[in-house]
Design a protein around this ligand. Structure first.
Ligand SMILES: NC(=O)c1ccc[n+]([C@@H]2O[C@H](COP(=O)([O-])OP(=O)(O)OC[C@H]3O[C@@H](n4cnc5c(N)ncnc54)[C@H](OP(=O)(O)O)[C@@H]3O)[C@@H](O)[C@H]2O)c1
Length: 247
C-alpha cells in the first residue's frame, strides 16, 4: 500500500485529497493545525469506507517543530503500516489574507511566508530521508501567481516561489526518482480567507470557461490522480486546476 502525507488535511482541498487518495487505496496521514475534530471527521470518513488514515497535529509555520513531527510520523508509519518510509508528500496547508500592498504589515507578510514558502521548503527537507525511492511531492500553489488579483500580493508571490521551488525539487531529487509537481487551483469553494461571498463567486464564475468556481473534489480528485502511476512521467510541472480561469 502506498502512503501519502497531506498537510492541512482537516478541511477544504486537503480533506478532499485525503478522501480521494484513500479511495484509490492509499494509506493517509493528514495533518491539522487548530481543528482536531475536523481532522477526526476526515479520518472517520476514510475508515468508514474501508481505508486507513491517521491525523497528526502540525503547524507548518513553525519549522522548529519539524524534527519532532518527523519522529512522530516515523513512529506512526511503523506502528500502523509497518513501514519506515512513505511515498508521497502533499504540501497543501495554507491560509488566505486580503490586504493590499499599501497596507500589508511585516507581520502579515512574514506569517504568509512561513506557511506558504518556508514551511514547504523545510518540511520537505526534514521528511526527505523518509520519502521512498520513486516517491512524489505535490506542492499546492495558486492561480493567483498567473493572474494578478488585487489584495493578495504576498500570498501570490510566495505561491509563485513555491512553483519555482518545485522545479528545483524535481532537479535535486531526480536521482532518487522522486518527482515533484505543483498544482495551481483557481477559486475553490472552501473556507480559505473566510470563504467566497455570493457576489465574488458570481464574478469568478463569469471569468471561468466552465462557468462556475471549483469544488474541493475538483482538486482532491486531481491530486489523487496525479499521485497515481498513470501520471508517473509528469515531473517538474505546474498544473493549473481552475476550469479555465481567465484564459
Ligand atoms: N480555496 C481556494 O480557492 C484555493 C485556491 C488556490 C490555492 N489554494 C491553496 O490550497 C491550500 C488549501 O486551502 P483550502 O482552500 O483548502 O483552505 P481551508 O479550507 O481554509 O483549509 C486549510 C487547511 O490548512 C490547515 N492550515 C492552515 N494554516 C496552517 C498552518 N499554519 N499549519 C498547518 N496547517 C495549517 C488548516 O488546518 P486547521 O483547520 O486544523 O487549522 C486546514 O486543514 C492552501 O495552500 C491554499 O493556499 C486554495
Amino acid at each position: 500500500m502506498s502512503i501519502v502525507i497531506i498537510t492541512g488535511g482537516s478541511r477544504g482541498l486537503g480533506a478532499s485529497a485525503a478522501i480521494e487518495c484513500a479511495k484509490k487505496g492509499m494509506g493517509v496521514v493528514l495533518t491539522y493545525k487548530s481543528n482536531p475534530d475536523a481532522a477526526a471527521d476526515v479520518v472517520s470518513v476514510i475508515e468508514d469506507e474501508g481505508g486507513k488514515a491517521v491525523a497528526l497535529p502540525l503547524d507548518v509555520g513553525d519549522s522548529a517543530s519539524f524534527p519532532t513531527f518527523r519522529d512522530r510520523l516515523l513512529q506512526i508509519l511503523r506502528e500502523v503500516w509497518d513501514r519506515s518510509d512513505f511515498d508521497a508528500l502533499v504540501n497543501n496547508a495554507g491560509y488566505g489574507l486580503y490586504n493590499p500592498i499599501a497596507t500589508v504589515t511585516e507581520e502579515e507578510f512574514d506569517g504568509l511566508y512561513r506557511v506558504h514558502l518556508k514551511g514547504p521548503f523545510f518540511l520537505t527537507q526534514a521528511l526527505l530521508p523518509l520519502i521512498a525511492e520513486g516517491g512524489h511531492i505535490v506542492n499546492v500553489a495558486s492561480a493567483t501567481s498567473r493572474v494578478a488579483t488585487a489584495g493578495v500580493a504576498p500570498y501570490a508571490s510566495f505561491k509563485g516561489g513555491l512553483q519555482v521551488l518545485t522545479r528545483y525539487m524535481a532537479k535535486e531529487f531526480g536521482d532518487r526518482r522522486i518527482r515533484a509537481n505543483s498544482i495551481a487551483p483557481g477559486a475553490i469553494k472552501t473556507e480559505l480567507g473566510g470563504g467566497l461571498n455570493d457576489e465574488f463567486e458570481a464574478l469568478l464564475a463569469s471569468q471561468t470557461a466552465l462557468g462556475r468556481v471549483g469544488e474541493p473534489e475538483d482538486v482532491g480528485r486531481m491530486i489523487a490522480s496525479l499521485l497515481s502511476d498513470e501520471n508517473r512521467w509528469i515531473n517538474a510541472q505546474n498544473i493549473e486546476v481552475a476550469g479555465g480561469y481567465i484564459i
